[in-house]
Design a protein around this ligand. Sequence first.
Ligand code: NCD
Ligand code: ZN
Ligand code: ZN
Length: 430
Amino acid sequence: ERVSLAGLHVLPGAIDVHVHFREPGMPQKEDWGTGSDAAAVGGVTTVFDMPNTVPPTDTVAHFELKKAAAEAKSIVDFGLYGLLGEHNLDHLEPLAEAGAIGFKLFLGNTTGDLPCPSDGAVLEGFEILAGLGLRCSIHAENSPILFWRQNRLKAAGRNDVLAHLAARTDVVAVEALNRACTLADWTGARIHIVHESSARSLPFIRFWKERGVDLTVETLPQYLYLSAEMMLAPGGEVLRMNPPIREAAQQEPLWAALADGTIDMIATDHAPHAVEEKYGDNVWNLACGFPGVETLVPLMLNAVANGRLSLERVAAITSAAPARAFGLYGRKGVIRVGADADFAVVDLTKRQRLTAAALHSRGKVSAYEGMEVRGGPVRTYVRGRLVAKDGEVVAERGWGAMVRPQMAAPAPRNLATTMKAILEPGQKPW
Ligand code: NCD
Ligand code: ZN
Ligand code: ZN
């Protein structure tokens, strides 16, 4: 098929390193069909799925279960995270062999109620991952501080949105970020901070990068465009997510950090829920998170239209940086000419009003209801095949394939060799 690209641009296929496609286990929220349709229509050609599914992706058997579901239904390529938990340190190496794109560590409680590992278990886990070279993505909030504050607020009968915001203050993010970086510095593990929401973290991110920690950071469109103040309007509880969207004053520093490279990439934390799980009077009962994969590229192109980011920077933060961080660069993350290339054809002048009704995700909730954006994808190609065109899915189900990372072993850091010294060769410390 010959297509005129006059007046259009070609972008490398976006890689969203942070989605929750909910399968296996939560079909009422999403599955690999609806989730990957949303990605394709949005110009996203590769997604990395988080392990807080049912069952969680903590063993090779559970990994294979998810892989089979994704292979059957996904129309975009996908990487699958393994979980780093207190209970499954013995499973990290097998999960890496099975092809995990990286690992996910929850330092704060969130959807799925996966228990947060102790610092000791994190240290052990990082030692293993440092040897494997795979990156560990971290939900960086301090669970003990959070629980303590949440319990106090619940006991005080505070069931409103402000209570949620008060519990999840910046200190829980800054503390967990620095704890994770301390352990990464010690072990040489590569880490990635997901959903960075707080401008107060930025000086620490610069510090740890300068110190030589192999640290990458993502933020999300909702932290750039939306604010805690919006949550206080009627219906604003729908914006409830972890970590929370911060006050409007934090948007500018986050935009600047994304432009100057302090923040490496943009992801979505696509976290759909059934619509009725998102509304209600008692904030503690509401599901956290909302869809995002379909609106990522439009919102970033809108930032180009607004003069906030250059088109080159958008290509870097949506594609090249994620591909580099997770060992896909060259295969993904670049504009290539060829029959197996991932790219999106975008129209920088296209105007679009974002609505929940138009989403392909099953979680028909929009954080951006009614917002008009300029710029959007018109065609999406995954490994040379057209998968979406003008907002419609055209791919055959199951075209998506799993991607495996190619990561060189990191330079040894080994600030601590204590455990190694007291163990017999080959003996595991747990
Ligand atoms: C995510 C989900 O629903 O899986 N929710 C959220 O509020 N961000 C989990 C997560 O990313 O922590
Ligand atoms: Zn999270
Ligand atoms: Zn998430």
